[in-house]
Design a protein around this ligand. Structure first.
Ligand code: APR
Ligand code: PHB
Length: 392
């Protein structure tokens, strides 16, 4: 098999890259380990920055997002039994975010790619090695239906997530990695109950962080900070609702609505960056190169920013051999990555209760929350990072 750009991974990064390349007349093939149903069911954060919305819309992938996504102009911060709103448009020259589940973005992109015909996405195709990345003719070895296959290409883009094979193909002596693991995790649930709020609630509580998000007018998505070694087996539906209600409680008559829980899972929290994001004809994009903790929902947006840059760079190169944008890809992408790393770290450390936290740090946290809630400058800083900075 031969194509121009070989892409490993049909998450949002790989799918959007393939779609953007197609729009510019550049052929690609996406190799995906899992089957289509698995990829379309995977639950992830669902906040789209303005720039992400703009890219999806401009590329013709935004129709259902525009019909079903919900624009959000702010978030609520809760601590000390009080509620504080952070408004986005007033602090950011009119920008906001869109609540539209990542799994819906993935479904929309898969449908578009398959509608374009040909072998655009190969499901249950397991990439095993990337070869000759220092030449003009790299190739991906993969297995599908028990057979070993080869995909020859002009460039390989590893969009294969944190556990993929791409990152390890950059020579170790040329790569640096940076990592922080947090002493807590998120227990996430989906529930068939209308959201108890119009905007997302990020709650700081002595018992730990809680987040109220949503998927639609009838489906809520909520999270509880738990121990990373905890198991969903320890969390009955009643225990989850009681704990959520306790952490969201404020003075006044706000009440958390309960309903049937349809999904429960525990996700660890990690910050990770690999530098550089390119070696020869191999490029890394999305979670393959960087992970953020989900507080602030930057993961998908970073993946979209990476592949938007990369699609432009590949188009310029394919049009006339100009590699200047490809050469700048890693440095340009990493500037945005580190901004989002800092913001996600800031939100995470401000809102979670570290079990080993000295009382001094807890006091600092509360002071930081009060400052963020009451200072116009601090609120504006949170807002502009949350909606996404246009340039970094
Ligand atoms: N061969 C083929 N496919 C692979 C391989 C392999 N060896 N290894 C991994 N994959 C596939 C996975 O099955 C997965 O579908 O790569 C895909 C990677 O997709 P994502 O994990 O969704 O990563 P990405 O596209 O970068 O999306 C980033 O996902 O985790 C969230 O917070 C993150 O929202 C962000 C978004
Ligand atoms: C979600 O809806 O899943 C979500 C929203 C905001 C976050 C994280 C996750 O910060």
């Amino acid at each position: 098999m031969r194509t121009t750009v070989g892409i490993i991974g049909a998450g949002p990064a790989g799918l959007l890259l393939s779609h953007l390349l197609h729009k510019q007349g550049i052929a690609s093939v996406v190799l995906e380990n899992r089957d289509r149903a698995y990829v379309e069911r995977r639950q992830r954060a669902g906040i789209l920055e303005q720039a992400t919305v703009d890219v999806l819309r401009a590329s013709g992938a935004g129709a259902r997002m525009d019909a079903e996504g919900i624009r959000h102009d702010g978030i609520e911060l809760r601590f000390d039994r009080q509620s504080h709103r952070v408004d986005f448009p007033s602090a950011t020259g009119g920008r906001s975010v869109m609540v539209y589940a990542q799994t819906e973005v993935v479904k929309d992109l898969i449908e578009l790619r398959l509608a374009d015909g040909g072998d655009t996405i190969l499901f249950e195709a397991h990439a095993t090695a990337i070869e000759d990345i220092e030449t003009d003719h790299p190739r991906i070895r993969f297995s599908q239906n028990g057979r070993d296959e080869v995909l020859d290409c002009d460039a390989v883009v590893a969009c294969d997530g944190f556990h993929g094979i791409g990152r390890a193909h950059i020579p170790a002596e040329l790569q640096r990695t940076f990592e922080r693991v947090y002493p807590f995790a998120w227990l996430g649930i989906l529930a068939d109950v209308p959201p108890s709020c119009e905007e997302l609630i990020y709650a700081h509580h002595p018992r730990g962080f809680a987040l109220h998000s949503m998927r639609s007018e009838t489906v809520s998505r909520l999270y509880l900070q738990v121990d990373p070694d905890d198991s969903v087996d320890n969390w009955s539906d009643d225990r989850i609702w009681d704990e959520l209600a306790a952490r969201f409680e404020i003075e006044g008559d706000w009440k958390l609505a309960r309903g049937p829980i349809t999904e429960k899972s525990i996700t660890p929290m990690r910050s990770f960056v690999a530098e550089p994001m390119r070696h020869g004809r191999l490029f890394l994009a999305g979670d393959a190169a960087h992970i953020v903790p989900p507080t602030g929902a930057k993961g998908l947006n970073l993946a979209v920013a990476d592949v938007t840059l990369l699609a432009q760079a590949i188009a310029k190169w394919q049009a006339g051999g100009d590699e200047s944008l490809l050469d700048g890809y890693s440095e340009t992408a990493l500037r945005r990555v580190w901004r989002a790393e800092h913001f996600s770290f800031f939100m995470t450390t401000m809102l979670h209760r570290d079990p080993h936290q000295p009382e001094f740090d807890y006091r600092l946290q509360l002071s930081n929350l009060r400052y963020t809630a009451t200072s116009e400058a601090a609120r504006a800083s949170l807002a502009e990072n949350y909606v996404g900075l246009p340039t970094v």
